[in-house]
Design a protein around this ligand. Sequence first.
Ligand SMILES: [Zn+2]
Length: 594
Amino acid sequence: MYKEQPVKAGQKESSAQAIAPEIGYTVSMPKPWTHLLEVQMHVRWNQMPAQLELKMPVWTPGSYLIREYARNVQDFDVKAGGKDLTWHKINKNTWQIDTAGAKDIVASYGVYANELTVRTNELNDEHAFWNNAGTLMFPKDQLKAPSTVTVNPYIPKWKIATGLPKVAGQANTFRAANYDILYDSPFEVSDFKEVDFTVEGKPHRIVFSGDGNYDMQKTAADVAKIVDEAYKIFGEFGYDKYTFIVNLRGGGGLEHLNSTALQYDRFGFKPESRYKNFLALAAHEYFHNFNVKRIRPDALGPFDYENENYTRMLWVAEGGTEYYANLLLRRAGFLTDKEYLDEKANAIAALQRTPGRLETSLEDASFDAWIKYYRQDENSVNNQISYYDKGEIVNMLLDLTIRESSGGKKSLDDVMRYLWTEYFKKGRNYGPQDYQKAAELMAGRSLDNFFSKYVRGVAEIDYNAIFNPIGLAIKSEEPDAGTAYIGANLVEDNGRLTIRSVPAGTPAYDQGINAGDQIVAIDGYRASQARLQQYLGDRKPGDKVRLTIFRTDRLRDIELTLGSNTRQAFTFVPVANPTEQQRSLYREWMKNDL
Ligand SMILES: [Zn+2]
């Protein structure tokens, strides 16, 4: 179990790290109702420093927020040969141990695990799910060290699912070649159900933890089609085996090298229209094994687990992945081209309703994910865009631009393949210039105008200029033209009508309505969402309305002049008399006739 790593020929032995520590973790859960994962960390090290620093990561890759996992640690204790060693904390996530000459120590601690999300931990009497970055400490400066993890399930019938390979001959023990791999491999331990499938000779499995209205065989067959479509882009897989871990509660997904953790409503597998949301989630997280886990942006690996890891490329890592998730669904036949295009038209409408599109570029939104995307507030609509949503749209536009410029010979698939071959295969990460260059290589021309306006800048997007060559026009309508409106986003809860956010440029914004205002009365009558709708329907732009509001705890009246609703809806229509070129570009893209 704790075999020393042989030193390879040519490797220098001069540094203290020449012989890596042997690290073995044991994770137990004897009292799941306490939500405490009990961790033992066994460190044997010829080069054991006089003061060993054990550190808990502050975040986990894929979720760009400092989460301070150390706050869940309790009951820390460390021994050598059964005797207590002294230790103290030297910062929020570091335990410094006086090793007193010992070369073999065992640290133990509890991790409170009562938050089921894909990036946190949950232990109860139904299951255990954990992320290793939020559970297992690492010795300072030893992120390249291998380790093993032995799991003691609560009861014998609980099984273990993880992307880590098993250690032969040792029950419930898994091996990680280094910490980037260890922290990339979540565990699900429960009496889960599982189904296997094979694509291009590679084994895949889906683990379902919990009951629900899913059909395991159908889900496996459908997910296999998505995996197969991704395979067609790259022509190979980067893993030996892939595991989908599905917890049937909560929502969301987190990508890993050879697994993904998904959370989805247990009753969301029917009807078919809802089931497609599950397939879209699975497709997104699965595609990440190519795009972000292997085709890696600059700062995203190897990781710094104690600080923010800044990148301007989340619009490709996330937005590009979302573009491909939906495209894979389309290619696998789960969406018609009309369904696909309707969804894109709605996404464009949502972006065009977001004032923040004129404030923050895709690159800046990516860079500030740590302080903005993961910390949204009532002003986000005015100063931010989502690098997922706009990123998906801009990657789609980039794909169409490449298809048009290359006369249909190249597409974004070629960019992905190029990044796979030239960056992942050569052990390199790519940066903003590399992505642009790869796209330009496929387009056969400079795309500087495209990137400076839509990626680095905040210019309004000229959609029709890009859709026309593909045979589509985007038609905008103002379905509510002439109707009176206020323009604030409202939420009604327990009879209270409250302003949730106030987009810039609306009558509410210009005339002093604040997020948090509670509307009590409209022209002297009790307010409700329904009453407000009805009131606005009876009025016209330019009419005045007296809103009685609570702002903090003071009652006051605000006189407001109603504006005209200019909300736009978009639909795609084929251009009149499409040329053969337009027809063929459309056919290539949507796998259907225009
Ligand atoms: Zn993602």
